[in-house]
Design a protein around this ligand. Structure first.
Ligand SMILES: Cc1cc2nc3c(=O)[nH]c(=O)nc-3n(C[C@H](O)[C@H](O)[C@H](O)COP(=O)(O)OP(=O)(O)OC[C@H]3O[C@@H](n4cnc5c(N)ncnc54)[C@H](O)[C@@H]3O)c2cc1C
Length: 399
């Protein structure tokens, strides 16, 4: 039970409305309000609460039920040709993950099934083979934490030895040993528990309707029934981030990109590594479930339905990558809304013109991967510390 003294200050209803707060009796508090309880908001809230900041997290529905739940839980490195902040943020987050999951396990007893299972990209065409060779060359000399080459090219015979269930009729494969996975629904349950245990005041079914402003300063948030005051507000509302307040339209341009997944179930785990081809993937869980993903549909807007066409195409792609999956049972289909941005980069940083507001959103296809590093970066920003990665290219309001 969270004590009243741990809560962000609530202002009476009569002071509601985002503009009239300049006259409201706002008592500055050291609390942080996190908007949104997906993997990003929960990771940020947990981290800040561990640092003894008083945190309130507001979710319009229930924590961990949107994109972060719908995702496949692949923890993938960036393209090895990149050498920018996004690449380094991926590297840092992947390095943080084992400890992140271990601490979650210690604090909540959750096993997120973190596993550096690796990834095998099957190469069906000469073009795909050439691109993979260039990737392997770009990563030459880079090693995993246990000293193995991160990337390795394999001939078809070797692929058949490594993963007998993988498709034949390929030119070969590129193995990425750095790729890992987590069981994201479990990760989310663990993060939610960890937040509660650290005293985060988690309020579900509490949609934020606007920011509470005093001139250029964000002093809290307005919900349907209350205004919550805090010194800092962190915006983690995923695909809905641009809808939080119309005044953010020039700083935060996040749009939904629907992704559909089919869940298959086999008697036992059919392969060890994640098997991919381009943007199609098969993720084997320990208990025989295999996730088949995913579509990329920016035109669907906020529509979260699964469609017959997408499900049929995902099943066909699954059989191309691992023919025996034709025998597997279909356990479920679902979709989620990735938070996309115009340049595919997340927004992590202070929002210009909105003092006290930090954005941590727009993670598109990599929110689960980037959650630990994003939480670390937000914590550094709030504490006025230098973050080891230059985040300027992720700044809200960038052109
Ligand atoms: C099919 C699919 C597969 C994916 N696979 C992977 C993968 O393998 N690896 C990977 O790293 N990433 C993957 N992703 C991307 C990843 O899931 C997202 O980048 C990540 O979940 C974004 O997290 P989030 O916390 O920002 O958003 P969300 O999880 O969507 O959470 C946002 C939260 O904000 C809340 N909210 C919204 N509006 C308000 C409001 N007004 N007031 C209060 N709360 C509000 C919502 O209720 C929600 O709980 C995948 C995504 C999809 C859809």
């Amino acid at each position: 039970m969270v004590g009243k003294s741990r809560r962000a200050a609530r202002l009476p209803n009569s002071t509601r409305g985002s503009e009239d707060l300049c006259c409201a009796p706002v008592s500055p508090t050291p609390d942080v309000i996190v908007i949104g309880g997906g993997v990003i908001g929960l990771s940020v809230a947990w981290r800040l609460a561990e640092q003894r900041l008083r945190v309130t997290l507001l979710d319009r529905a229930y924590c961990g039920r949107e994109a972060s739940w719908a995702g496949a839980g692949i923890l993938a490195p960036c393209n090895p040709h990149r050498d920018d902040s996004v690449y380094h943020l991926h590297e840092r987050s992947l390095a943080l993950y084992p400890d992140f999951c271990a601490r979650l396990g210690e604090q909540t007893g959750t096993d997120c099934e973190y596993e550096r299972c690796g990834e095998l990209e099957l190469l069906f065409t000469q073009d795909a083979w050439n691109i993979a060779c260039a990737d392997a060359r770009a990563a030459e000399g880079r090693r995993t934490s246990d000293g193995l080459p991160r990337f390795e090219m394999h001939a078809p015979q070797r692929v058949a030895q490594l993963e007998p269930a993988a498709a034949t009729g390929i030119l070969g494969a590129i193995e990425c040993r750095q790729t890992a996975q987590v069981r994201n629904p479990r990760l989310l349950r663990g993060l939610h528990q960890a937040c509660l245990r650290r005293g985060v005041d988690v309020r579900e079914q509490t949609p934020v309707r606007a920011l509470a402003m005093n001139r250029d300063r964000v002093v809290g948030v307005v919900t349907e029934t209350d205004t919550f005051a805090a010194r800092w507000v962190v915006l983690c509302a995923g695909a809905w981030s641009s809808q939080i307040d119309a005044r953010l339209d020039r700083q935060i341009a996040v749009h939904p990109v629907r992704g559909q997944i089919v869940l298959l179930v086999c008697e036992r785990r059919p392969f060890q590594r994640i098997i991919t081809r381009g943007r199609s993937y098969l993720v084997p869980r320990r208990d025989g479930h295999v996730l088949v993903g995913s579509t990329e549909e920016p035109g669907a807007g906020f529509d979260k339905r699964s469609t017959a066409r997408a499900v049929a195409s995902l099943l066909e792609r699954a059989r191309q990558l691992a023919p025996d999956l034709g025998q597997a049972a279909v356990a479920a289909v679902w979709s989620g809304l990735r938070p996309g941005t115009p340049d595919d980069r997340p927004y992590i940083g202070a929002v210009p013109g909105f003092e006290g507001l930090i954005a941590a959103t727009g993670h598109y296809r990599s929110g689960v991967t980037l959650a630990p590093a994003t939480a670390e970066a937000v914590s550094a920003l709030l504490r006025g510390e230098q973050y080891p990665i230059d985040l300027s290219c992720l700044a809200p309001g960038r052109a």
